[in-house]
Design a protein around this ligand. Structure first.
Ligand code: BGC
Length: 759
């Protein structure tokens, strides 16, 4: 794969130069077609199509000007569009540009409109926090809104289809693509998957601000062995069904128009040629009515997998397995016709795939008006929509995780939030004045980035008054071995009352093809933190990243730490709100933070073993490392607030549960600190004895509650039999009678517990 994976996007202005406008007029559907159902319309179009035109619909190419994968060089793409040899293009955006290409499609015999797909992963014009950061909010309404805004902006720029949400569960932070998902948990991941699909698709396809969603990568891509991107996946059926498939099911139930398959093989069968996944599960058991697009070149990559000999066999395997559209491998366009003529692929398989694709084009309204998404005025209006930036800032605030906030020696207050009256603040670190690194991977570059993206420096400058002096020293680069800047940074720190350090990984260090074996804070950053801490000044460390990083010395020695992920366009303002207490942090980690790479994979919902380690002093001849704590550095669900929340013991409405009943579990949560704040109250359940081994605990519910200081509230979870079900040895989804434990708390580790019996 090539360096072009860094998808810094070029602006619509450049795009315009590459294609000359073509003046053709689109002819709307004849009146008799307008009264038919979509399926009837699809059938009418299908009847008119030649085999080549059908195969054309199953073919997708990248535009020629930017890429998210290895483009096949082809000077003839525009002619192929004119001949109806393409159903879709990706990485083509902007009203002018999409119009130009759509006009070419309107020169084709049947004038079937093109679909324009794009990776709108966390925003288009306004960049939102990376998906893993947003997942830390545990706020599905906010996440839905972020997807809604992204869709509105992108649809106004001619895009029809986003290759999002990525709903892969990820238990390995070495995998660079953890940043694109919702973390390690299937329950949280499923709620977020549904929220994102609903956000992208809005009030439904056909609305002018709705994008087709594409849940990806089907399936189990997040379990690539060793966290190495594009690697194989070897997984039990139970883990597949219990952990990796639920977010896909949730996306399908939420109405996802499309799914994307994946680069990996699953237990030896590449996903693109995997009939079990695509036909049996997705189109069969789940009755999915949309279409499946391959991942970039993944149909052709079955040759490298050694699963097929050539593109001819690849096309045969993929179409048989249910892949409807071929992204960029050209296996379909070059081989399907021959395969049909030779009788190896039945026309019915082709028709089925084409119908699925055409149906979506009708649902989007493109047959009525292929230029429906090409409106200059709307594009302009969404280009600078201040409301979108406001929403971005709020979602960014909700995504910031407070990992630590100690008292300073001899002081009553915690270090954070800071007073706005501080005389001198030193801002130190390679991220303080960073611009693009606030956005993270899968984000677009626009010409006005340097003005529009709020750096940490600018955010803090906007916040403090003229009485506060801000000092700056970079200290070191993001990933470098030079200590040259240390002395200046330490001198700057000595002149300040408080030091804020902005550290982390660059925006191209997590993302596709960005797996890392070393996920420590890069370069000499942690040494710089040590140096600054040694000045004796109060130090706050902020870490920007797309994955959990390792920073043990910092975690053990620095009094205050904020995990700021990659927060998007308004990063600096959101950070300043949190630092100075205008927003009280409420986020909770959606993924466990390891102590060292050797502890990976580490996740909270692991199975019980025969020799469980119960604490760090009880880990010998137990399932543990002799040289490492049994605990992650920060557990799943963890995140502090400027206030404190106290949990009462759990009260149960009954101690036994019958199949058609529910139990209510109630705790009283009290805000006992000095600030108003929001807590995410988490419910975990454990099945104590099962016909197959069960996890030590599983998230089964959560509620977000805002409490004024001094306020208490009763929080009740209703537990029915559905929350107790699992896949037994025969893969039947059921609940077994017996004893269960309930845990409720503010993270997966610090919980109150009680139990009940299922009769
Ligand atoms: C990625 C997909 C992405 C596609 C198109 C692939 O390399 O795996 O997630 O949607 O490229 O950009």
């Amino acid at each position: 794969m090539q360096a072009l994976y860094n998808i810094a996007k070029i602006s619509a202005m450049i795009i315009k130069k590459l294609f000359l406008p073509v003046s053709l007029f689109f002819l709307p559907l004849p009146a008799f077609m307008q009264t038919k159902t979509i399926d009837q319309k699809v059938d009418s179009v299908l009847k008119l199509m030649t085999l080549d035109e059908k195969i054309g619909q199953m073919n997708q190419y990248n535009g020629d000007w930017e890429s998210t994968g290895p483009i096949t060089k082809d000077g003839d793409k525009q002619n192929q569009v004119r001949k109806g040899m393409l159903g879709s293009m990706l990485n083509v955006t902007g009203v002018d540009h999409t119009r130009t290409l759509q006009e070419m499609a309107m020169q084709s015999r049947l004038k079937i409109p093109l679909l324009f797909g794009q990776d709108i992963i966390h925003g288009y014009r306004t960049i939102f926090p990376v998906p893993l950061a947003e997942a830390s909010s545990w706020d599905t309404a906010a996440i839905r809104l972020s997807a809604r805004i992204a869709a509105t902006e992108a649809a106004a720029a001619g895009v029809h289809w986003t290759f999002a949400p990525m709903v892969d569960i990820a238990r390995d932070p070495r995998w660079g693509r953890v940043m694109e998902g919702a973390g390690e948990d299937p329950f949280l991941g499923s709620l977020i998957a549904a929220a994102r699909v609903k956000g992208f698709q809005g009030k439904g396809l056909g609305n002018i601000d709705a994008l087709m969603a594409c849940a990806k990568h089907f399936a189990a891509y997040g379990a690539a062995i060793g966290g190495r991107d594009y690697n194989s996946v070897d997984m039990s059926e139970r883990t597949l069904w219990e952990i990796y498939l639920p977010p896909f099911k949730a996306a399908v139930d939420a109405g996802a128009a499309t799914l994307m398959n994946s680069f990996n093989d699953l237990n030896g069968i590449p996903a693109s040629g995997n009939k079990y996944l695509q036909r049996d599960i997705l189109k069969g058991k789940w009755n999915f009515k949309g279409f499946i697009v391959s991942d970039w070149g993944s149909i052709g990559e079955m040759i490298q997998h050694g699963f097929v000999k050539d593109n001819y066999e690849a096309a045969l395997a993929a179409v048989t397995a249910g892949s409807d559209m071929d992204m960029e491998s050209r296996s379909y366009i070059n081989n399907l016709s021959k395969l049909v003529k030779e009788g190896k692929v039945k026309m019915q398989l082709i028709d089925e795939a084409v119908k699925r694709i055409l149906r979506k084009k009708f649902e989007l309204g493109l047959f009525n008006d292929p230029f429906k998404f090409c409106n200059k005025e709307r594009e302009q209006q969404q280009w600078n929509n201040p409301e979108n930036l406001k929403a971005e800032k709020i979602i960014a605030e909700k995504s910031i995780v407070l990992l630590k906030n100690d008292h300073l020696p001899g002081q009553q207050n915690h270090l954070l939030p800071l007073s706005k009256q501080i005389k001198t603040i030193a801002l130190i670190g390679p991220f303080v004045k960073g611009i693009r690194d606030n956005l993270g991977f899968w984000s677009y570059s626009w010409p006005d980035d340097s003005v529009r993206i709020v750096s940490v420096w600018r955010g803090i400058e906007n916040k403090v008054g003229s009485n506060t002096k801000l000092l700056y020293a970079k200290g070191c680069e993001i990933d470098d071995s030079s200590l040259v800047g240390f002395a200046e940074a330490m001198e700057t720190a000595r002149q300040a009352d408080v030091v804020i350090m902005s550290m982390g990984e660059a925006s191209d260090m997590s993302g596709e093809a960005k797996s890392r074996s070393n996920i420590h804070l890069p370069g000499v950053q942690e040494e710089l933190i040590r140096g600054i801490q040694a000045t004796g000044k109060p130090v706050i460390v902020m870490i920007s990243a797309g994955r959990p990083l390792i920073f043990n010395w910092t975690a053990d020695n620095v009094p205050a730490i904020l995990y700021t992920w990659w927060l998007g366009t308004e990063a600096g303002d959101a950070i300043a709100d949190v630092l100075f207490g205008d927003y009280n942090p409420s986020a909770k980690l959606p993924i466990s933070f390891p102590r060292t790479e050797g502890q990976i994979p580490i996740y909270y919902n692991h199975y019980k073993t025969g020799r469980p380690a119960t604490s760090d002093s009880d880990r010998f001849y137990r399932s543990a490392y002799i040289d490492l704590s049994i605990y992650p550095k920060f557990p799943f669900g963890y995140g502090l607030s400027y206030t404190n929340f106290n949990y009462s013991d759990i009260q149960l409405s009954h101690s036994t549960l019958h199949a058609n009943e529910v139990i209510r579990a109630t705790v009283t949560v009290s805000n006992t600190g000095n600030f108003d704040g929001e807590e995410t109250v988490q419910l975990y359940i454990q099945d104590l004895v099962g016909s197959v081994v069960r996890p030590v605990k599983e998230l089964k519910g959560f509620q977000k509650v805002f409490l004024k200081k001094g306020e208490s509230r009763q929080i009740t979870f209703t537990i029915g039999i559905d929350k107790l079900k699992f896949y037994n040895a025969g893969l039947k989804y059921l609940a077994e009678p017996g004893d269960f434990k309930i845990y409720i708390g503010g993270n997966s580790r610090d919980v109150k517990e009680t139990g009940f019996t299922l009769k």
